[in-house]
Design a protein around this ligand. Structure first.
Ligand SMILES: *Cc1c(COP(=O)(O)O)cnc(C)c1O
Length: 429
């Protein structure tokens, strides 16, 4: 398959990335090697100076990883991409690549807990400050939180687990008016349902651990750059991209690499120094997941829609949060930005106490209790008993967590069986 912009998403999922030449393996090889051999000292030197393309040490780059990154890049419609060892590493690198001590980030308040902690606690200790803003804020409120030292805006296309759908255009407009890129974590809809670059987003991140892998096999992440943000318009704001990198013999990333500057810097500098590279074996497994992404995602959404409608109509269910429901606050935004579907994750609460909720969950047979989402298998989590366990009922209320809230990740089994399982467990209430 040649790199062809006209191929549909399904063809890209199945065939993009590894392109075997005559006599080469049909299947993406696992380059299970830490290092690569060269015949001249001088050539290896040129690789280290980034003057020539090539592999020399897997901590920086590995061919298996790069072929899989290429597939994700094509799915998102980007200019360059890289894999990381986790979604956490992807979000960390995406921000840290353009921020340092003394800089400031604006972040949506509804992001994944791990990202929230990364920005508001750990990166704070590196001297990077963060303003958290309600994603449903007005344009005025959003514009008001930018500072001289703001370097990027970070949000999620569908927030995990709040299921808030991002108003991409509102966020992109504000970010660009202040000369900074918008970074969006597109883990939940995946590029099958939503392509953020079409709505002004500059950089996309992923926890590939979720739908992209899809089988709960490997933890991983990815960063994709659209190549659309013009760093050279703001050289003093992004000196790391626009001025020589002394740690790389004075390379100027934007001059040398153009639209690939941001990803090249993240690979050459951050991977070199921080080392969150995925194993080639994990990239190989991720690639198998990607081959069926275009089949699995629509099935997750179709099943979740039916389950959400079933729950909404059930008298033992207090509330249901799913952006595919007409009653949902984010229904219109979801229709605008992801008309083919949102994701397979639903949150809901049963009518009763925390103990009732626990009894309901323990009665489920098909849906497994696991700390995970976006897996082929249906699974559930009870925040009040798990992620928010230390809190009492009053504290839960203050944190906005209903003690009865259940996060249900609808799998790709037969939906009648998933619904029957929920129904028999609801009977225990
Ligand atoms: C799970 C998740 C992460 C973190 O990814 P890991 O692969 O677990 O490190 C980041 N963002 C979102 C939206 C997630 O769902």
């Amino acid at each position: 398959m040649e790199n062809n912009k006209d191929y549909g998403k399904g063809t890209v999922c199945v065939q993009a990335g590894w392109q075997p030449k005559n006599g080469e393996p049909r299947i993406l090889p696992i380059y299970q090697s830490t290092t690569f051999k060269y015949e001249s000292t001088e050539q290896m030197g040129r690789l280290f100076d980034l003057e020539e393309d090539g592999y020399f040490y897997t901590r920086l780059q590995n061919p298996t990883n790069d072929y899989v990154a290429q597939k994700i890049c094509e799915l998102e419609g980007g200019a360059a991409a890289m894999l990381t060892s986790s979604g956490q590493a992807a979000n960390y690198y995406a921000v840290f690549n353009i921020c340092g001590a003394g800089d400031h980030v604006i972040m949506s308040s509804s992001v994944y807990g791990g990202t929230f902690n990364l920005l508001t606690v750990t990166m704070q200790r590196m001297g990077i400050t963060c303003t958290v803003i309600d994603p449903d804020c007005s344009e005025e409120e959003l514009n008001a939180v930018f500072q001289e030292n703001t370097k990027c805006v970070l949000a999620e296309s569908i927030a995990n687990p709040a299921l808030v759908v991002l108003d991409f255009e509102k966020f992109a407009k504000a970010a660009h008016a202040h000369g900074v890129p918008l970074i969006v974590d597109n883990t939940f809809p995946t590029p099958i349902n939503c392509k953020p670059f079409q709505f002004g987003v500059d950089i996309v991140t992923h926890s590939t651990t979720k739908y992209m892998d899809g089988h709960a096999m490997t933890v991983g992440g990815a960063i994709v750059d659209s190549g659309n943000f013009d760093w050279t318009k703001y050289p003093d704001k992004f000196p790391g991209l626009c001025y020589p990198d002394e740690s790389y013999h004075g390379v100027n990333y934007t001059e040398r690499f153009g639209k690939k500057a941001y990803i090249t810097k993240a690979t050459a500098q951050l991977m070199r120094d921080l080392g969150s590279i995925p194993s080639p074996m994990n990239a190989f497994l991720l690639n198998i997941g990607l081959e069926t992404l275009h089949l699995r995602v629509p099935r997750h959404c179709e099943n979740a829609q039916k389950v959400a409608e079933f729950l909404e109509a059930h008298d033992k269910v207090k509330w249901v949060n799913y952006p595919g429901l007409k009653s949902n606050k984010y229904y219109d935004l979801a229709q605008k930005y992801m008309p083919n579907g949102t994701c397979g994750v639903i949150s809901f609460a049963v009518d009763g106490t925390k103990e009732d909720t626990v009894r309901f969950m323990d009665a489920l047979k098909l849906a497994a209790i696991v700390t995970h989402v976006a897996d082929a298998r249906t699974c559930v989590l009870h925040p009040a008993s798990h992620t928010h366990r230390q809190m009492n009922e009053q504290q839960l209320k203050e944190a906005g967590v209903d003690p009865g809230m259940i996060r249900l990740s609808v799998g790709i089994e037969d939906v009648t069986d998933i619904i029957a399982d929920l129904e028999q467990a609801l009977k225990t209430l």
